[in-house]
Structures are given as C-alpha cells and as structure tokens.
Design a protein around this ligand. Structure first.
Ligand code: ADP
Length: 399
C-alpha cells in the first residue's frame, strides 16, 4: 500500500510517501514557516533524487498540504499520476491522553478526543488537527489514521505513571506520566526483540532514544513498563535545550531571584537549559564533542551530566524489570555518537555487558551489535524510523 505519512508542527509539515510492503520511500519533503512570511517547501525529486525548494505563500496548513499534493503530482518531480494511487494517510499525533493505547482510523469521534487532549499538548495537537483537517478537505474519501506518540506507553503500570501529588489531580486533570517518542520506542524494541530471538513475553529491553529530545524506555514482554518523559516531554534526561527532571522548588527560587513568571520559567527550562545551557556552547553533540577535544571544561561537564542522567535511568529500569537482555541506542545521538554510548555503557560491565570498542567506534547510523560476543547482556545500535512505523501501522489498520 502507498501511505502518505504526515507530521505537522505548528509552523511545519513533514511528509513521506512510503510503500508499506517494500518500505520504499517514493517522495519526501518539508514545508516550513507556515503562517509566517517566507514559507517554502523543500523536497526530493521522485525522478532524479535531486533536492529542490520552492517559495510559496502558505498562510495555513491547508495551503501547505496543497503544495505537497502539487509536488506529489508534478509531471517532472512527482511520485504519482493521480491521488487515487495513495491508499491512505497516516498522521503523527503527539498526545492521545488515556484515550488511545494504539493507532486508530480517524473519524469524528477520534477527532473530538484528539481535541480534548489539546490541553495536554497545546503546541502539538492543534497542529496535528490542522493537518487532519487539510487532508480531509483535499483528499476526501482517502482513509486517515492517527499514530500517537503516547500510545505505546499506555501499558505502564499505575505505580510507574503516577506522580506523588494529591490523587485528586490525577482524577480531575489526568496529571500523570504519559511518555513520548512512543512510535520510536515501539519500532526499536520490536526490532530488538526480533534480534534477541526469544519469546516476546520473556524479553527485557531498554531503548535509549537520544536525539535533540531524548527519552529512555523499559520494555518488558514487548510492553512499555516505564519511560523517562512524563506529563510533558520536559521530564527525564538532560536534553539538547531541555533541563530534564529538576527539583520543582528550583522554579520558585529562580522566579524570585530573576523576577520571572511561569511562562518565562518554562521557556528557560525548555529552550535555554540542557546541553545548551550547561555548555554555553551548543545543544548539538557534534559541537560538544569538538568542544571537549578543544579542552572546553563546560562541554565536558554537559557531556558527563547527560551520560550520567542516562546511566541512572537505565540502572533504575534494570531493577524495575529484574534484569535486561538488551540496551538499544537510537536517534541522532544514539545512532551516531560512539563516545556517548561508550561513556554510558562502561557502567554496565557488572551485569555482563562489555563494549566492543572497535565496532562501537565504527558504528554510525546503521544497525550493529556493539557489545562483545561473550556479553550476557547485549548492546545494539538500532536506527529508528518513525515514518515507516506510521506507514506500517496505517497499512495494518486498513488491511
Ligand atoms: P530531533 O532533534 O528531532 O530529536 P535527531 O534524533 O536527529 O532529531 O537528533 C538530533 C541530534 O543528534 C543533534 O542535535 C545532535 O546532537 C545529534 N547528532 C546528529 N548527528 C550526530 C553525529 N554525527 N555525532 C554526534 N551527535 C550527532
């Protein structure tokens, strides 16, 4: 089946046209600055593979979606002759709250529930809904599915998702750990279990999705049993620009000292903290690695604090699952930064996981076992592919 995968942000629309059986990507591109001046669509020509860009006025997501359709149908660069060749559309939706524990075919009831979850993800769900709406208008009759970032984590037990605040806030406002990056954690853990070759119900895997945003998930018996992101994607690991978990009382202290309101505090924690805030250099690990090579002590501190925050979570999840069969690394840092992987994994010799240093150093963006052959616990790099996961889910729902 040819599936159009759509990922809408507040000012962006990313797309890929994927064959769910052969996994071939027929077309891909990105609309940026939707609703802002100077919008454009950048795409790869489906015939020549050449990268192209067009400036188009895009006042809203509908116009952006029309630009995507025009590129898909373009006689020179297009991937299809008619929209009828597209069997379905799969949308990434960030927050499904407690409503969705799996992907679903979109109907009016689903749209109403995604709207209800907008309070929980005010930057993301409204944008996802704009994408669904644009698609309904321009491709009426083509089935659409929603694939949620939160759905995979709905299997977490109560003790893992509840925060230690009055229970009434969970009852009234559904304040709890939801977890994110679920599509990636699901995709990578499935592949990890395949590699392990043991019955799913006996498997214990820890997935480290380390990118600009980063989260770690404990997957027991194929199900997420705990994850580091929480009520929002700010919780857990130190990230590119996000603080990760901090003592919540720090907020009042900073507010008093710096005369900040809540919005300013959240901007500080989301955009100016993490690796960027600690290093004062960059949020990108390529710059951090270069900074360390230049002898920059704050780059080294940011690197060490990031790895240490990962080590503590992994150690906790090993205890929570009574063991682990594999620790898997994915996303921009996890797939590419051998130094980060080495620095994290050196703490797990005690459970029988030993790093194959040569293979680790040579592994960038491809699947590889990076533990030694005699390790009792394995470590792998498993590249994630959220678009393919969305295409597969969409095809499975419509089969
Ligand atoms: P997202 O920002 O959507 O989470 P990615 O998963 O692609 O995206 O992660 C991007 C991050 O991955 C970059 O900010 C950078 O820190 C890191 N990264 C990408 N390539 C490399 C590399 N070759 N070496 C080290 N880190 C890398």
């Amino acid at each position: 089946m040819k599936i159009l995968v759509i990922n809408c942000g507040s000012t962006t629309l990313k797309y890929q046209l994927i064959d769910s059986e052969t996994e071939k990507v027929y077309a891909k591109g990105l609309c940026e600055r939707i609703g802002i001046a100077d919008a454009d669509i950048a795409y790869t020509s489906s015939t020549t593979g050449e990268k192209k860009e067009k400036k188009i006025d895009m006042p809203d997501h509908s116009v952006a979606f029309q630009a995507v359709i025009d590129v898909l149908l373009d006689p020179v660069d297009g991937a299809v002759k008619s929209l009828d060749e597209i069997d379905a559309v799969g949308h990434r939706v960030v927050h499904g709250g407690e409503f969705f524990d799996s992907s679903v075919i979109i109907n009016d009831e689903v749209i109403a529930k995604i709207k209800e979850c907008s309070d929980l993800a005010p930057l993301h769900n409204p944008a996802n809904l704009l994408g669904i709406d644009a698609c309904s208008k321009l491709m009426p009759g083509t089935p659409q599915c929603a694939v949620f970032d939160t759905a995979f984590h709905q299997t977490m037990p109560e003790e893992a998702y509840i925060y230690g605040i009055p229970f009434s806030y969970y009852e009234k406002y559904k304040i709890r750990r939801y977890g994110f990056h679920g599509t990636s954690h699901s995709f990578v853990s499935k592949r990890a279990i395949e590699i392990l070759g043991k019955p799913v119900e006996d498997s214990k895997v820890i997935v480290c999705h380390l990118g600009g945003g980063a989260s770690i998930t404990a997957v027991k018996g194929g199900k997420s049993v705990d994850t580091s992101m929480g009520f929002t994607p700010l919780d857990g690991l130190i990230m590119g620009t996000r603080s990760g978990s901090v003592d919540p009382a720090i907020l009042q202290y900073i507010a008093d000292k710096e005369k900040m309101d809540v919005d300013q505090l959240l901007t500080l924690l989301n955009k100016k903290s993490g690796i960027q805030g600690l290093s004062g250099l960059s949020s990108d690990f390529r710059d951090i690695d270069a900074g360390i090579a230049d002898g920059n002590p704050r780059a080294k501190l940011a690197f060490d604090a990031f790895c240490y925050s990962a080590v503590k979570l992994i150690g906790g999840y090993i205890a929570a699952m009574d063991g682990v069969d594999m620790i898997a690394f994915t996303a921009g840092i996890g797939e590419n930064d051998a130094k980060v992987r080495a620095s994290i994994l050196k703490h797990f010799n005690y459970i029988g996981l030993h790093l194959d240093e040569e293979t680790n150093a040579a592994t960038h963006g491809k699947e590889a076992m990076i533990s030694t052959a005699d390790s009792t616990v394995k470590a792998y790099v498993i590249p994630t592919n959220e678009e393919l996961a969305i295409a597969r889910d969409t095809a499975a729902l419509l089969a």
